[in-house]
Design a protein around this ligand. Structure first.
Ligand code: SAM
Ligand code: DTB
Ligand code: SF4
Length: 332
């Protein structure tokens, strides 16, 4: 009942840990067909898949901390932290280990199960990793799962993170391959796959998703989801971010996505990546409780938890607690 609409071979090349294998399951057309389903039919299928693999009433919570803010060399059109985007953000140095551990303890006390540390780098220098690996060790010792997002990795860096006890590496494909060059010019999606391969080969779990609401088409969303679903294996964790429009970035005036299309994106991610955690990520702060509930019904089973993402706001913990209570959702 939950078989793909049209499972068939979609890619002919690229057998590697994170890039598509010849046996990849989801063609773009099959994913587009999912997006085109009547809303109720899509939601029904997503719920069937979700309930086959997860409890429909459990949601995982990850807390974010920006450990190195601003001044990034990359030109990502959505990002407050790109040096060339005039967003007024103060550039900061890498945080001290004690500050990070303090924030991780607070996150744990508030109920997060994973702590994600983000750095505004094209990629880390080896001496940056000395400090980051120490952060990973100390956060892990608190009994939290660990995640970092540090940009592109060079040879040997993923192994160093794995040895420190890192559980997840976040590195997003961000948007459709055909749209990527309109959003970012300083690196390519091929570069992203290269880092994802290194992460997989080092035995670290992959957290990889994207952003919607950047002016992409429904076809674009379908091709992003197909790329994610065709990774071999698919990412364990799939963040679906709704663009937070940041004044001073090229995307500050991007037309917002129709909320139903946002929910559709979650549902299609759930159907195509049945065993992955699908995270309702950035953009929650401006969503109604009802829209967030619809995302959980569509198969989202993870959130960013805590009143700040990296540089922008997120729901207050109390608001999430009330919402979970009203919906009978249990945090895991
Ligand atoms: N520099 C690293 C990188 O690019 O992978 C790590 C940090 S970067 C801020 C992590 C992710 O945050 C991006 O890949 C993007 O998906 C997301 N992101 C950044 N700015 C955003 C925004 N304004 N709205 C939604 N998501 C955003
Ligand atoms: C992800 O996919 N979303 C998070 C996390 N991975 C690092 C970041 C969202 C950032 C939103 C904008 C900001 O706060 O700067
Ligand atoms: Fe830098 Fe990451 Fe922001 Fe791109 S998304 S500008 S790489 S911090």
């Amino acid at each position: 009942m939950n078989a793909p609409l049209d499972p068939s071979v979609s890619h002919a090349a690229g057998a590697s840990a994170a890039s598509p294998l010849p046996s990849a399951q989801w063609t773009r057309q099959a994913v587009e067909d999912l997006f085109a389903l009547p809303f109720a039919d899509l939601m029904f299928r997503a719920q069937q898949v979700h309930r086959e693999h997860f409890s429909a009433n459990q949601v995982q919570r990850s807390t974010l901390l920006s450990i190195k803010t601003g001044g990034c060399s990359e030109d990502c059109g959505y990002c407050s932290q790109a040096a060339r985007n005039d967003t007024g953000l103060e550039k900061e140095a890498l945080l001290e280990i004690e500050e990070v551990v303090k924030a991780a303890k607070e996150a744990k006390d508030k109920g997060a199960s994973r702590f994600c540390m983000g750095a505004a780098w094209r990629g880390p220098k080896d001496r940056d990793l000395d400090k980051v690996t120490q952060m990973v060790k100390e956060v892990k010792a608190l009994g939290l799962e660990t995640c970092v997002t540090l940009g592109m990795l060079r040879e040997g860096q993923a192994e160093r993170l794995k040895d420190a006890g890192l559980d997840y590496y976040n590195h997003n494909l961000d948007t459709a391959p055909e749209f990527y060059g309109q959003i970012i010019s300083t690196h390519s999606q091929a570069d992203r796959f290269d880092t994802l391969d290194k992460v997989r080969e080092a035995g670290i779990k992959v957290c990889c998703g994207g952003i919607v609401g950047m002016g992409e088409s429904q076809k674009g969303r379908a091709s992003l989801i197909a790329e994610l679903a065709n990774m071999c294996p698919p990412p364990e964790s799939v963040p679906i971010n709704n663009l937070v429009p940041i004044p001073g970035t090229p995307l500050e005036n991007a037309a917002p996505i129709d909320p139903f299309d946002f929910v559709r994106t979650i549902a299609v991610a759930r159907i195509t990546m049945p065993t992955s955690y699908v995270r309702l990520s950035a953009g929650r702060e401006v969503m109604s409780d009802e829209l967030q509930a619809m995302c959980f019904l569509a198969g989202a089973n993870s959130i960013f938890y805590g009143d700040k993402l990296l540089t922008t706001g997120n729901n207050e913990e109390d608001r999430d607690a009330v919402l979970f209570e009203r919906l009978g959702i249990v945090a895991v």
